[in-house]
Design a protein around this ligand. Structure first.
Ligand code: FES
Length: 361
């Protein structure tokens, strides 16, 4: 950019705040976090800063094999450093998008994204004592919150419990240990199901249990609890809290799981059911189903055994975005799709109901 005579170039942050409508993101760095986890550092291609709550996510859309696929990734970075954002992704063996990111995303690569979105963040709470439970990849929102607390030197009493299969699967250990060393009121506990590979393992061994948490987190009932991880992990934490008669109004969880369709048979039409039905053709799957006008397309597809990716099921994350080739829908989304995508014919299957026969890609 040319500089006016008599002035020097500035390194001021741009005034524009990034959202999906501002334009794509560019990868500016890749860091190995473990044997199967990488952090991707991102900037806005248009000069813009990032503004989000620690714990929020963005939705990436990638072209993979000629098909556009969307997935949510919580930002692992902190909004206190607004010029860059980061996602941390584990390479899942069957994960189409995570494999694509690990294999192709390099400095200079561009990514289509929407967001930031989501309500999972401690910024909405006034609690002074907090417990963060992270299982596996569920560590990303907890890292964002911890970095935020650390950068702003917030006066919070935090206990961070990270669970992983083995010590080699623990993430950000050095950074968390450094935070715990320099901050009064920030403690970290590590729990591994199989710590045997590390002979000097001094952390917790085995799954979290009532007895174990009673020993390592005796004041759990006094804390606001944030939990993120695989469904069984969060179910276990919830079960422990319920045994403790914990006030679940102070429990918050987040999970992005790409769900497989259940093996339940398709719903049959009832003779007394006077709700209109429409035909929905899934062109790629080569299947046509009948769906009630009151059912979302996602519900109808899953009931018929057609796999559609989904996550939030509330029109928020964009994971279920699909192209409508013909027909009309009623879509009530919560910001998970851009106007420009709607104009191109995309819909969110989780919050769209048929108003006519439909053909989807
Ligand atoms: S599943 Fe999140 S927008 Fe549809």
């Amino acid at each position: 950019m040319a500089t006016e005579p008599g002035t020097s170039p500035t390194l001021r942050w741009p005034e524009l705040v990034w959202s999906g409508d501002v334009g794509p993101l560019e990868c500016v760095g890749v860091r190995d976090e473990s044997h199967d986890v990488k952090t991707f550092l991102l900037k806005s291609v248009e000069p813009a800063i990032f503004r989000y709550d620690p714990g929020q996510f963005i939705t990436l859309t990638c072209e993979i094999g000629g098909v556009s696929v969307s997935r949510c990734y919580t930002l692992s970075s902190t909004p206190t450093r607004p010029d860059r954002a980061a996602i941390t992704a584990k390479r899942h063996p069957g994960g189409v998008v995570s494999r694509h990111l690990h294999e192709t995303l390099k400095p200079g690569s561009r990514l289509d994204a929407t967001g930031p979105s989501g309500a999972f963040s401690l910024v909405r709470s006034t609690a002074r004592k907090v417990a963060l439970f992270a299982g596996g990849s569920g560590i990303t929102p907890m890292m964002s919150m911890s970095r935020y607390i650390d950068d702003l030197a917030l006066d919070l009493d935090v206990v961070f419990v990270q669970s992983a299969r083995t010590p080699a699967d623990l993430l950000f250990r050095r950074e968390l240990d450094a935070m715990a060393a320099r901050r009064a009121g920030f403690e970290v506990r590590y729990a591994c199901d199989r710590p045997d590979v590390e002979r000097t393992w001094a952390g917790i061994t085995g799954y979290l249990s009532l007895d174990l948490l009673g020993r390592v987190l005796p004041d759990l009932l006094e804390r606001e609890v944030y939990c993120c991880g695989p469904a069984p992990y969060m179910g276990n934490v919830r079960a422990i809290l319920s045994e403790l008669a914990f006030d679940m109004a102070r429990y918050h969880e987040e999970s992005f799981q790409i769900e497989e369709p259940p093996s339940t048979p398709p719903q049959m039409e009832s003779a007394t059911d006077d709700v209109p039905y429409f035909a929905i053709e899934f062109a790629n799957a080569g299947k046509t189903i009948r769906a009630k006008s009151t059912d979302t397309i996602l519900t109808a597809a899953r009931a018929a055994g057609i796999p559609l990716p989904s996550s939030c099921k509330r029109g928020l994350c964009g994971t279920c975005k699909t192209l409508k080739l013909s027909g009309d829908v009623e879509m009530n989304h919560l910001g998970g799709i851009r106007k420009s995508d709607i104009d191109k014919g995309f819909i969110l299957a989780c919050c769209s109901r048929p108003l006519s026969d439909l053909k989807l890609r």
